[in-house]
Ligand binder design. Structure first.
Ligand SMILES: [Zn+2]
Length: 257
């Protein structure tokens, strides 16, 4: 089912069975000449059917549709190869695109776990059933790479990319200044707390995440559209809550140590 959020902007709720996330918000902008779909759902039948149904309701022609993926997780990227047509552009973070590079992909995580004594066999077993691998796109899509500050235009929407590392290193939010909308991906969620990525401790993801919260704190925003669940929250007060949450958890860890 597709809900109208405002003129030319819709949400398709894509179920994610057996995932604590429950579902994914795929946002659709009807742009006139070309449409834009922001995030897609896992590469699995139940998600594909929900997207097909929603897109049919909205009368979306995939031959006139481009995609933007907020970050590399399979619940956001998984279906893009099945939905994209030959003319579709797939906008995606230059940094997160590295995970789709077959030569690099998940290896840093595997190496790091082994160094720390995680049994190699157990790790392979865990990865084989990991939804991030099982439900990722079967072919590596051809991406149009995005950097901080790039702009994607679709009809009356002018979406500025804001690099917001933390949830993933290459996470991107989209900001529509005139309409005061922030597509927050998994950087800001209201009903649940975004997890902070940890692949190989090559970066301080929590410090990055806190800086990325500061980066968007003062944006004039009336509507935050997150990757999961409800969008009935206020940006500043949610950032304040997320910061307190991480402060408390960090203090708990320090106490344990
Ligand atoms: Zn995510």
């Amino acid at each position: 089912m597709a809900d109208e959020i405002m003129k030319r902007l819709y949400r398709i709720v894509v179920p994610l069975p057996n995932s604590p996330l429950k579902d994914l918000n795929s946002y659709v902008i009807k742009g006139g000449d070309r449409n834009l779909i922001i995030d897609t759902g896992f590469n699995r039948g139940v998600c594909y059917e929900a997207m097909q149904k929603g897109l049919a309701e909205l009368d979306i022609d995939l031959n006139k549709t481009d995609f933007m993926l907020t970050h590399m997780h399979a619940d956001h990227t998984g279906l893009v190869a099945r939905l994209a047509s030959e003319t579709s552009k797939i906008y995606f973070s230059r940094i997160d695109a590295k995970v789709f590079d077959k030569d690099v992909s998940w290896q840093p995580l595997i190496d790091f776990a082994e160094i720390n004594g995680f049994p190699a066999g157990e790790l392979q077993k865990a990865l084989a059933s990991h939804p991030g691998l099982k439900y990722s796109p079967e072919e590596i899509p051809v991406f149009t790479l995005l950097d901080d500050g790039d702009v994607i235009e679709c009809g009356p929407y002018r979406l500025k990319c804001i690099a917001t590392p933390g949830h993933t290193q290459g996470h991107i939010c989209l900001y529509e200044k005139d309409k005061r909308i922030l597509f927050s991906g998994d950087h800001i969620l209201f009903d649940i707390t975004p997890h902070i990525e940890s692949w190989a401790y090559t970066t301080n993801s929590l410090a990055d995440y806190m800086a990325s919260l500061d980066k968007i704190y003062n944006l004039p925003v009336n509507l935050v559209l997150p990757g999961h669940r409800n969008f009935l929250g206020d940006l500043k007060s949610r950032i304040d809550e997320l910061k307190i949450h991480h402060r408390e958890r960090a203090d708990e860890v320090l106490n344990v140590l």
